[in-house]
Design a binder for this molecule. Sequence first.
Ligand code: AMP
Length: 125
Amino acid sequence: MSSSGSQPSIFSRIIAREIPATIVAETEHIIAFLDIAPKAPVHVVVTTKDPQYQNVVELAAGNSALLAELVAVAEQIAAERTNGQFRLVFNTGAAAGQTVFHVHAHVMGSPELTDHLGEDSLGTL
Ligand code: AMP
């Protein structure tokens, strides 16, 4: 149940396999899938299966071990798919660009050592 008391988030529906996504990693508590509208050559969403935390601040306060697990999965994805340098972005609040209120990180990077992410990839998430 979402802490907002509203309908299940789009991510909960992906976790329940009600809507399709390209899942790239999954653990007991965490799932990761390709972003449907990528803003970087590698753009993966990493989220908790537990929908109760709306953002990273709530997750850090409520279950810091789960936040650490999310970051570890994100790092593993970056190690597999990027040149090892990447952004880990948690949009927090609508004014900051958050559209899905089910805590998640964006892993953004490039497999190529020569590629650099532009500043615009931060502003258009
Ligand atoms: P945010 O704007 O930080 O809340 O991030 C939500 C992200 O979820 C956006 O980058 C969307 O492109 C992505 N997204 C929304 N729906 C889907 C979907 N069905 N499959 C994969 N990614 C999605």
